[in-house]
Structures are given as structure tokens and as C-alpha cells.
Write a protein that binds this ligand. Sequence first.
Ligand SMILES: [Zn+2]
Length: 271
Amino acid sequence: MTESQPNNPPNRKNRLPKKYNNTQSVFDEPDILPGRVGEVVDRDWSCDQCGANLRGLPLETPCRECGFRNWYRPPPPGTESYESWLTQCQQKTHQTTGLVTVVSCAVIGGMFAIITAMVGTSPPGFIATDAPLLAIFFGPLIEESLKVAAMAYVIEVKPYLFKRRSQIFASAAGAAVIFTALENVAYIFFLMRNPSEELILYRWTVCFALHIGCTLIAATGLANVWQRATTEYRQPRIADLFPSLVTAIIIHGVYNAGIIGLQRTYPWLFK
Ligand SMILES: [Zn+2]
């Protein structure tokens, strides 16, 4: 019988992500163990359940508002923590990097989302009315998710790449503009045969507003995730994105359903 391989052969270390290069990962080790009696929450720190600020509350005491016992708490001062990691990364990140991140996420989001337009999920088109489930449910679901996917990745893994909250909204709006512009060009010049001027105007106004509006709603959730991570210096909780993302998907789906209804009732409007 041979000895089993050691768990961490030395050459493996080089292949680990940068944040794990140090011996200890502060990313996945929040301060959750008991044993800090008599200390209070010394900074703004939101309750994991209701979001109330726990500042000034003795550690391990249930939340004043909802009674939830928070296991995650600020690390002791001066220790290696997510806070020290994030602060160092923020200091090393140049302002230009923030702008590059905005543009990159906008381009990736716009290009990702255009894939959904190619399968005909955004009315008024000629395929969507025949596939209402696709247009009302799956289209908006995939489209809205893909537009913010790159931003969500950055915010979860490298939140320091965005330098300020407004950059998240700028990136989302950029993704929506790129997406809608490409989609409009595809529809007006390739998919529709001699579209009316009203229809062209409609695509560049109503469709534009709808896409930018929905993406900005989804971006609100992302901005809140980023804000919590970078003001409380704790690991981003990407699940907080979902209420705003779902809202954007529902608005987009309801809009598509309305357009399908109009197309079926008054087909001459869309000629
Ligand atoms: Zn609470």
C-alpha cells in the first residue's frame, strides 16, 4: 500500500487565485467564533436579516429590531481580515481602473444580452408572438440577468474595481444602451421589412427607455451589495441582488406581454 498524496503539494500554490496567495484566506473566514465577551459592534454593521444597524450593540446580542442573532461580526481591530484585504486592494486600484471596469462590464453585458435577441425574445418582432412563454418569461429572465452578470461577478470577487456607486449605474446603463442599439439595428435593418417611421421611432424611444430602466432597477440591487461590502468591509452578499433583478424581469415580462397582446389585437400597428 502506498502513502496517500499530501493535500497541498507545493507546486499547487502557484495556481491558486491571487487572493489566496498568502497562507491564510481572509476572504472565506469571517469572524464568527464566540469568545469576545464585553466588546460592542464598533462600526456601522447591518443585521443579516433585517438590515438594521447593529452599531453599539454588544457582540452576539440579538438584533434590536428583529431579534436575529448575527453570527458574522466585525473582526477585532488590527487583525488580518476581509477589511484589511479590501482596504489594501482599494488603495492599489487606480481611478482609471474604475473607468476601465465600467466600460468592460458594459460591453460584456451588452454583448451577452444580444444573444437573447437573436432567438427573438424582444417584441415587436416576428418570432416572439408565436412563443409567448419565451417572450414573457425566459427572454426577460435571461436578458436582464446577462446584462448585469459581468458586474455581479466583479462585485462579488473584486468589489474594489468599482471606485464609486455611480459607476455601477453607469456600467448598467452602458450595457443597456449597447444592447438596445444592437438590437434596434438588427430589427430595423435586417429583421423587419420596410418598418414604418413610427415603429422605428418607437424602438429608439420606448424600447430604449424600457431596457435602460429595467437594467437600472437591477443595478440598484448590485449597488446596494457593493455599498454594504465597501462601507462595512464585509464579504459581498450577492443574494441581495435578487429582489431588484426579479423586479426588472417582471416589468420587462409584463411589457412584453402587453406588446404581444397589442400585436395580436391590432396587427396593422406593427406593419
Ligand atoms: Zn435585524
